[in-house]
Design a protein around this ligand. Structure first.
Ligand code: HEM
Ligand SMILES: *[C@@H]1O[C@H](CO)[C@@H](O)[C@H](O)[C@H]1NC(C)=O
Ligand SMILES: *[C@@H]1O[C@H](CO)[C@@H](O)[C@H](O)[C@H]1NC(C)=O
Ligand SMILES: *[C@@H]1O[C@H](CO)[C@@H](O)[C@H](O)[C@H]1NC(C)=O
Ligand SMILES: *[C@@H]1O[C@H](CO)[C@@H](O)[C@H](O)[C@H]1NC(C)=O
Ligand SMILES: *[C@@H]1O[C@H](CO)[C@@H](O)[C@H](O)[C@H]1NC(C)=O
Ligand SMILES: *[C@@H]1O[C@H](CO)[C@@H](O)[C@H](O)[C@H]1NC(C)=O
Ligand SMILES: *[C@@H]1O[C@H](CO)[C@@H](O)[C@H](O)[C@H]1NC(C)=O
Ligand SMILES: *[C@@H]1O[C@H](CO)[C@@H](O)[C@H](O)[C@H]1NC(C)=O
Ligand SMILES: *[C@@H]1O[C@H](CO)[C@@H](O)[C@H](O)[C@H]1NC(C)=O
Ligand SMILES: *[C@@H]1O[C@H](CO)[C@@H](O)[C@H](O)[C@H]1NC(C)=O
Length: 333
């Protein structure tokens, strides 16, 4: 009884819009009622074709939101006049992530043309990637509009780096109003997917700039296998190595368990356990997958809310990979 009253109170709170932005779960109820189902089915079809789809689609959302906010700026392709965000070196995101959004947009446009933003599709698709990988499901709030700026030159300094320590990570997340706890929880996304060797090579061969030294926080038996997939003297990005060796396609709390035994892949992963300010939360998440899932849902909802454009800001893109053409009428003849 007390529980259902609480639920009633919470749903009234969310209907009234108190304490939330103008986004809402019901945003397309009348204009595109099946939008969540359409996106899920498109992501599922893509995920069945390639196991790169779920990790890269989740990462796509973070990279969208950290630069210009969650406004699909990451999806714009470069033109002769504009090197777009996605082509910044920091954004080496697999093509399959972009293809997934394009397929979802196609399905959505067929059912309800001109209504659903690419920005909302990116958020729903990331949610579906988590679900398809065995993680939690949650209702995505919608009503974001697509941004009008996408420039590679605006990326540097906005995305967290693989070699960041805890204070640098906290500062980077604070710039988009996310807390240190949000940062630790969102890092749990590294239970999925892979990193190129160049993102962690210095931990193996030249830690702290000292030639021949390795990061003492790497597990001794792990370092041997990392050196095999990431040989010394190699140049360029190198091979793709899983963050979570035992289950790179399963969304679970093993990321945190790995950190406890020195098996974090990036410096920025392992340091969450090394640093005693973030270690307690790492241990909590390692102890309870249910707690991790609940915290992850909250943090994803917060991240999906960064600098969203609503109302008449931005636009609803026709094609997710390019800005809408300006109306002809404004062009004098
Ligand atoms: C905490 C700071 C973070 C750092 C330093 C970081 C860094 C990285 C790096 C270096 C890679 C490998 C890229 C490559 O070599 O191709 C990566 C991959 C990935 N990141 Fe993060 N990331 C962070 C936060 C996040 C967040 C917030 C999310 C999503 C919620 C996320 C999701 C992912 C996923 C799923 C992959 C695997 C992508 C794939 O396999 O294609 N990361 N990240
Ligand atoms: C989303 O952002 C708005 C505006 O900044 C804020 O009022 C609201 O509390 C945020 N909601 C969540 C769930 O973070
Ligand atoms: C929107 O649709 C969902 C799912 O059908 C339903 O649960 C919800 O009550 C609807 N909201 C409104 C405001 O109609
Ligand atoms: C993807 O594969 C799963 C398992 O085989 C299946 O249940 C699902 O329907 C497939 N998705 C699509 C969209 O075909
Ligand atoms: C690039 O800019 C030039 C000059 O401003 C303009 O004439 C041209 O249409 C632009 N091309 C594209 C693809 O936007
Ligand atoms: C993190 O790195 C910065 C810059 O190198 C340094 O100033 C800071 O003291 C470091 N913080 C921690 C907790 O190691
Ligand atoms: C963070 O919050 C401050 C204060 O509410 C606000 O002015 C700023 O626009 C927010 N920044 C982002 C990226 O959401
Ligand atoms: C680092 O050490 C290796 C062998 O120990 C050597 O081949 C290499 O030239 C050294 N690099 C630098 C920059 O000193
Ligand atoms: C290193 O990893 C193994 C599992 O492969 C684990 O049993 C061991 O405890 C780890 N060592 C440390 C110091 O955490
Ligand atoms: C954290 O570690 C530092 C030194 O590494 C120590 O000075 C400090 O007391 C520790 N704090 C806690 C809360 O354990
Ligand atoms: C704008 O002009 C193009 C080419 O001249 C034409 O195909 C298109 O239909 C026009 N659009 C509108 C909204 O008038």
């Amino acid at each position: 009884m007390r529980c259902s009253l609480l639920l009633l109170f919470l749903s009234l709170l969310s209907l009234s819009g108190l304490g939330s932005s103008q986004l809402s779960v019901d945003f397309y109820n009348r204009t595109c009622p099946d939008v969540d189902k359409l996106v899920h089915s498109a992501v599922s079809a893509m995920a069945n074709q390639s196991n790169v789809v779920t990790p890269s689609t989740l990462r796509l959302l973070a990279h969208d939101c950290f630069v210009e906010g969650c406004d699909a700026s990451i999806l714009i392709t470069s033109t002769t006049n504009n090197t777009a965000e996605r082509d910044a070196t920091e954004n080496n995101i697999p093509q399959q992530a972009f293809d997934t959004i394009i397929q979802a947009k196609k399905a959505v446009e067929a059912a309800c043309p001109g209504v659903v933003s690419c920005a909302d599709i990116v958020v729903m698709a990331a949610r579906d990637a988590v679900v398809l990988a065995g993680g939690p499901h949650w209702e995505v709030t919608k009503g974001r509009r697509d941004g009008l700026i996408s420039q590679a030159s605006r990326v540097p300094g906005r995305l967290p780096g693989a070699d960041f320590n805890v204070s640098e990570l906290i500062e980077n997340f604070a710039a988009v109003n996310l807390t240190a706890d949000d940062m630790v929880i969102l890092s749990g996304a590294h239970t999925l997917g892979f990193s190129h060797c160049n993102q962690f090579r210095s931990r193996l061969y030249s830690f702290d700039g000292v030639n021949g030294s390795s990061d003492p926080s790497v597990n001794a038996s792990y370092i041997g296998s990392l050196k095999v997939s990431c040989p010394p003297g190699e140049t360029g990005p190198g091979k793709f190595t899983p963050f979570d060796v035992s289950s790179p396609f399963v969304f679970d709390n093993s990321y945190y368990k790995n950190l406890q035994i020195g098996r974090g892949l990036l410096f920025a992963d392992q340091v969450l356990f090394t640093d005693n300010t973030t270690r307690p939360l790492v241990n909590e998440m390692a102890d309870s997958q249910d707690d991790f899932f609940a915290a992850f849902v909250q943090a994803m909802t917060k991240m999906s809310n960064i600098s969203v454009k609503t109302g008449s800001d931005g636009e609803i893109r026709q094609s997710c990979s390019s800005f809408n053409a300006p109306p002809n009428s404004t062009t004098p003849t």
